[in-house]
Ligand binder design. Structure first.
Ligand code: ADP
Length: 162
């Protein structure tokens, strides 16, 4: 059987332990996992694409079949370029489902050769989002349960700069 590659696209602004949980799960299912930072988001981001890639590199150093990349434009086009057969997405709570379903269906129309695989995180990360992590740090709270020490340090520095 030929090797199976999956692409995990996202904003990762910043990457959390919830993202890492999914990366670890997906890296066990697929031969190769490409974690790709979306760089053409209309959302304004706290960290640059390069900073987000650095944090992901640091978090996944021990995972040999995981690589970090970035992309612009359609996710399915990037998947085609990288010969990925699957897109990894996360489902935390029911409210994620509707968004992820419409995204998956639209991607299926654009490229039927790429399937979306949704994974659920472990319980401690069910209610964790990058947005909430940023809010907590902005108001002086600790997020050491939700991100790596390196990411927490960068968050604190970022808000100190502002
Ligand atoms: P996007 O802007 O593409 O939603 P995110 O970086 O917020 O980018 O998330 C990328 C993917 O990871 C999404 O499918 C999201 O549902 C999933 N995800 C984010 N946080 C978690 C978490 N704590 N547990 C599981 N999946 C998550």
């Amino acid at each position: 059987m030929s090797s199976r590659t999956a692409l995990y696209p996202g904003s990762f602004d910043p990457p959390t332990l919830g993202h890492l949980d999914l990366i670890e799960r997906a890296s066990k299912i697929f031969d190769k996992l490409i974690v790709a930072v979306a760089s053409n988001d209309q959302k304004s981001s706290l960290f640059s694409v390069e900073e987000r890639m650095e944090m992901l590199h640091e978090m996944t150093r021990s995972l040999e079949n995981v690589t970090i990349d970035k992309f612009e434009g359609l996710t399915v086009e990037f998947a085609r370029e990288k010969n990925a057969q699957a897109l990894i997405r996360g489902l935390r709570v029911v409210s994620d489902f509707e968004f992820e379903l419409s995204l998956a269906i639209n991607n299926q129309k654009l490229n039927p050769a790429v399937d979306t695989v949704c994974l659920m995180p472990s319980v401690p990360y069910l209610f964790l989002s990058s947005r909430q992590v940023k809010e907590i740090v902005r108001f002086g709270g600790r997020v050491s349960h939700y991100v790596t020490p390196e990411v927490e340090k960068r968050l604190v520095e970022k808000y100190r700069e502002e």
